[in-house]
Design a protein around this ligand. Structure first.
Ligand code: URA
Ligand code: SF4
Length: 214
């Protein structure tokens, strides 16, 4: 995307060897891409650094941006329910996103979600990398294509690749990985006949991931 916008990337803001709390604090100053400016605040992560399972989403949504917490809006609520239905206590899971600022388009007074581009995923990746180095989890779940691309360093196809435990898929990490649907994709099917199956598939994938997390 040659749009003339400067994106130095997050690396220069990432303190070396910092723990999760220190990363969270340092990330408030990040100017690695242009997304910090229209957003209300950074949404870094939630959950215990001791977690064996990490869930990676795309980017914060409107409500996450307002509250400064990941997965607290409608898609997050669906995800938390799916985690519970998979027999996992959501409080034991670390939740983060591939891109830490909300990207949106203003339509009147409404802020409409805008999918981050590869340039934003690349710019923000140093944070995700630093998190994984600190957490050293057993399992990392990529929720949707943006998370998959950020984690695996290549474009992914959910339909073809979801639900399998992958070894060595994340460069520079020993964690196992599993790709699944993004909860917003499931949420969008709410009124479709395929909704129950899509939700059940998400729960099944989360169960598979938890069983492999160790
Ligand atoms: N969707 C995401 O990918 N992440 C959030 O934090 C909320 C919604
Ligand atoms: Fe930094 Fe990521 Fe926010 Fe861009 S989206 S300013 S790289 S934290």
């Amino acid at each position: 995307m040659d749009d003339g916008i400067e994106r130095p990337g997050a690396q220069q803001w990432v303190p070396e060897g910092a723990d999760i709390d220190a990363l969270k604090e340092a990330a408030k100053a990040c100017r690695g891409c242009e997304l910090w400016e229209p957003a209300s605040q950074i949404v870094f992560s939630a959950g215990p650094p001791s977690a064996s399972m990490v869930l990676v989403g795309e980017q914060p949504g409107d409500q996450e941006d307002r509250r400064g917490m990941p997965f607290v809006g409608p898609a997050g609520t669906l995800l938390v329910q799916a985690v519970r239905d998979a027999g996992i206590d959501p409080a034991t899971v670390y939740r983060t996103n591939a891109v830490k600022h909300f990207r949106f388009e203003l339509r009147g007074t409404r802020r409409l979600h805008k999918t981050p581009e590869a340039v934003h995923i690349t710019a923000c990746h140093p944070w995700l990398h630093a998190e994984l180095q600190q957490l050293a989890p057993g399992m990392v779940v990529a929720l949707g294509a943006t998370a998959g691309r950020a984690l695996f360093g290549r474009p992914v196809r959910i339909g073809a690749e979801r639900g399998r435990v992958l070894e060595g898929a994340i460069p520079d990490s020993d964690a196992k990985a599993l790709l699944t649907a993004h909860p917003s994709a499931v949420l969008r099917m709410r009124d479709d006949p395929g909704y129950d199956a899509a939700y059940a598939a998400l729960v099944t994938d989360l169960k598979t991931a938890a069983a492999a997390a160790g």
